[in-house]
Design a protein around this ligand. Sequence first.
Ligand code: ZN
Length: 262
Amino acid sequence: MIAALTAWLSWRSKNLSSSGALAAVVLGTIVLGLGGWAWGALLWSFFISASALSKLAGRRKSSLDAAFSKGSQRDAGQVIANGGICAAFVLLHLLLPQADWVWLGFAGTLAAANADTWGTELGVLSKRQPRLITTLQEVPRGTAGAITLEGSLASFGGALFIGLLAVLVSPPPSLGAATGICLLIGLAGILGAQADSWLSATVQAMYVCPACKQETEHAEVHSCGTPTQFKRGWRWFNNDLVNLSANLIGGMFAIIAFLSMG
Ligand SMILES: [Zn+2]
């Protein structure tokens, strides 16, 4: 019921498209229903903070939307890219209820998703000219793989936000352990967000609008209505797969770091 209500409100406020709302109900029900309160609270906090930031930043960046593939309304692909791995970790938790590393994987995945979301939503508002993560050359705003100082700080905040919540809703035995786990999850999130920018700048499929001469993630039609032309990257590797991979990298890092720390 909480998942359905949240999805419905998000659909009504145009944060989610119809397909996005449906995917959110399914993923939210899996995580809240099977994972329980701690897992649900973490996913819900990510979702609410991401939606709020999109709305907040949306007014100022609407002119930049042409450069992004989907504007601020998230569809099923985006919801699954950000929540699909989380749902998989919840299912894994049912199989391995004693394994703490599954929770770390879940939190690391969400931290990566949150770091990328905060970085993207707030970084786009930076007054500074962004630079490409690979070459550090100045590039136009909205370029795939572009980073700014403000965006990187925002993504750091987004990652630590999830780390902090994770130790609050599922407290480790000591303050030292809590600090370590919070930082570990924060690091996982930053790493995931960096991976996202790298993948966007290198292998993500990018297109160009022949009318506006603008680079875009749109595979078919630019927001101006002109059919786009393929420019670079792996054709099958769209932005949703970039997000999914980056989140997986965050989750995997958290698991490996946690297990290697004993
Ligand atoms: Zn165009």
